[in-house]
Design a protein around this ligand. Sequence first.
Ligand code: SF4
Length: 386
Amino acid sequence: MSVKQIIKKCEQLYNDIDLFYVQEWKEKHKSRAIGFMPVYVPRELIHAAGMLPVGIMGAGDLLEIIKGDAYFQSYICHIPRSTIELGISNRLDCLDGMLFPAICDVIRNLSGMFKLMFKDMYVKYIDFPQNFLKTLGGNFYQHELRTMSDDFSQINNVDVNRDDLNRSIKLYNENRAVIKELYDLRSQNPHLVPGSELYLLMRASNVLEITEYTALLREYISETVCEKRPQRDNIRVVVTGVFCEQPPLALIRALENSGCFIVDDDWMLGARFILGDVALSNDPINALADAYLNHTVCTASKYDQDGNKGAFLIEQVKKAKAEGVIFAAPSFCDPALLERPMQQKALNRENIPYTSFKYSENTGQFQVIKEQTGTFADSIKLWGDS
Ligand code: SF4
């Protein structure tokens, strides 16, 4: 496929809020599908049980909220409203379960609501360790993983063994390696991998079966390096704070059109959450737990026991040779906004410029944001080295 065809396919998946791909996959494989909310879930466990992991990132700006608002107070983010709307409009009926990984009270409450409202569905709130000692948090998390793995075996009526788990871990390792290759390529040649294209490719991770997804990314990489695209006089920025409720696609395009090359980000972070490979071993559950404890990104989406807030962001900036940071957070997103002062402090120490705005997944007005980030880009171009 050409780059255009690959991106068109990803855009179709992005727009597929009725989950037709999932329905077809289930029909074809005579199997089941388990949904999950952002940010990170160990998809390997779902895959090893022969099921399809399906990321549900709300409905963005693709669905009018008719009843979803009635379930929530005004002053919280938008993603739970559209997720409930997806549920009550029967768009999630093809899912046999939903996972709610601990990130904030909103997600915790949403998991409770799903339990009450969708009684035929397996609903699990995943607690992640906040203590990173192998003997404490590690043991606790292994127990969570084993419980989930047993549940998935039961749901799909299969016996998941060590080889199944290792096979899935290997496929997800390969996938993360290709995603890293894609991100490295963009960082080195941002004009070859526009942010909006990368975003659509990452969104495809929500539904595509992992081998199909890895192959698609490989195809994109080999095609896009042959594309003739204009070099642009844009500044290089890291976008951060977008790990849960996702910005609308048009907002990403607006950022790029305002003169910014996005050279790193934290959208669709779950697919990049583990850094490097999970070990293939005699005890794959232990390996998954070890990867979570010791080899994951350290953003606002994960409890940081060292209190070294902002260090990961500085590392992102330096690695990507970024000239500035754009803080983009969903309105009322506690995890992103509470982390911000510490991150800003770290940037101030390093003399790295930043700007910030808030959005909601269904934001429709981008002009003000575009002018703001455009001015930010101009100021870096004019005074960045002074
Ligand atoms: S956007 Fe922020 S506040 Fe809302 S559910 Fe996600 S992490 Fe929680």
